[in-house]
Design a protein around this ligand. Structure first.
Ligand SMILES: *Cc1c(COP(=O)(O)O)cnc(C)c1O
Length: 377
């Protein structure tokens, strides 16, 4: 058995600082910009705008969840509406629908990307229209960094005139046909939580191609304060703006973003190289002209039992792994929501496992994971 240093825990996805973050944070202290606005917030926004593509407009927020919440509100979702949402995702994709008093309609995944199935999506829209109620938005998610079928979702969105909220929380650095994820939806959300590809400890961003959407998002995120010398409000706002301190961490992380993507892709390639010949271990290849940031390296096994055996073996040796996301239509809190279910996400949940994927993993960590898995069966 390979011994890692002090037999330290191998994490699924832990923060990985590049070294320059502290300088930006120190500058905020020196200049007393200890507030949810300031040069780091503006700088981080413009770093992201340059990274994604010229002509995008980014509002830095306190979380990815906040970005999804504001995004839904800005495309007009309100009480009593319905929103089509990829079922195979993290709860934060769906919760903001409930914050607005709207109802999710969950849509299952397809097997090529594990993301929202265009066939099921169309069915869900047609069924809603047949009942006389048009859904107000579509939430597609690039899960684990793998882009959803952007062209097909876009086509459906245009055909029925339903806006797309692109949950790109896990996909900063991924590309579809050469174009950055986070630029496809009418509005997109990014996350910089501690486990994401880059982190600000906690944070997120709303992305749009329209400057007026950015402006409105910042307005709503700063308590919807009217232009007046006193405090005056004509709308309900939120306290969702990013802090100038955490934005400093983000500025430092942007310097190393591409390195982080490369490191995560190297992890994935290592697992493929050493595990794909093993019986009952399968990987999700990138479709043509798709570039995944491989935020988490996932395997699909042949059975629930096999998956559990691997997960428990890794746990015994202090290696963190996790089953794939439990679909929203299987969650107790969403059990009464309508669902268009083809069984795909349920199978992924039962048989899939996320392996340690941090960009800070060293070769010996990857060797240990592979050795443990190879030892089974
Ligand atoms: C992390 C994540 C979010 C939420 O982002 P936070 O910054 O944690 O609020 C939303 N959707 C998906 C798919 C995520 O992985």
């Amino acid at each position: 058995m390979i011994e890692t240093k002090n037999d330290e825990k191998i994490w699924l996805s832990s923060p990985h600082m590049g070294g320059k973050e502290q300088e930006f944070v120190n500058k905020a202290f020196e200049e007393n910009w200890i507030a949810p606005l300031g040069p780091n917030v503006n700088g981080f926004e413009s770093d992201l705008e340059k990274y994604l593509q010229e002509g995008t407009h980014v509002a830095a927020l306190s979380s990815g969840t906040a970005a999804l919440h504001l995004g839904l509100q800005l495309v007009g979702v309100t009480r009593g509406d319905t929103v089509l949402c990829q079922s195979f995702t993290f709860a934060a994709s769906a919760n903001p629908i409930m914050y607005l008093g709207a109802e999710p309609i969950f849509v299952d995944s397809e097997k090529d990307t594990w993301n929202i199935c265009p066939v099921q999506l169309r069915e869900a829209i047609e069924a809603s229209l047949a009942k006389g109620k048009k859904p107000k938005a579509i939430i597609g998610v690039h899960l684990y960094g793998m882009p959803y079928k952007v062209d097909e979702v876009q086509k459906i969105s245009e055909e029925y005139n339903i806006p797309v909220i692109e949950d790109s929380a896990e996909a900063l650095g991924s590309r579809y046909h050469g174009i950055s994820c986070g630029t496809f939806g009418d509005i997109a959300a990014l996350s910089f939580n501690g486990n994401k590809i880059i982190t600000t400890s906690g944070g997120g961003a709303l992305v749009s191609s329209k400057p007026e959407i950015k402006k409105k998002a910042i307005f709503l995120a700063s308590q919807a304060r009217d232009d007046a010398p006193h405090y005056q409000h004509s709308e309900i706002g939120y306290n969702y703006r990013m802090s100038n301190i955490t934005a400093g961490i983000g500025r430092g992380q942007m310097i190393v973003l591409d390195e982080r993507v490369q490191a995560r892709r190297r992890n994935y390639d290592y697992y493929v190289k050493h595990l794909s010949s093993k019986e009952g271990i399968h990987f999700l290849d990138e479709p043509k002209d798709v570039y995944s940031n491989r935020w988490l390296s996932c395997i699909l096994t042949d059975s629930f039992e096999q998956r559990e055996e691997i997960r428990k073996e890794l746990e015994t040796y202090n290696v963190e792994s996790r089953p794939l996301w439990k679909p929203m239509h299987m969650q107790p809190v969403f059990k009464n929501c309508p669902t268009f279910n083809n069984g795909v996400s349920e199978e992924l949940f039962n048989k899939g496992l996320c392996l340690p994927s941090g960009s800070n993993l060293e070769l010996e960590h990857l060797e240990k994971v592979v050795e443990l898995i190879k030892k089974i069966g």
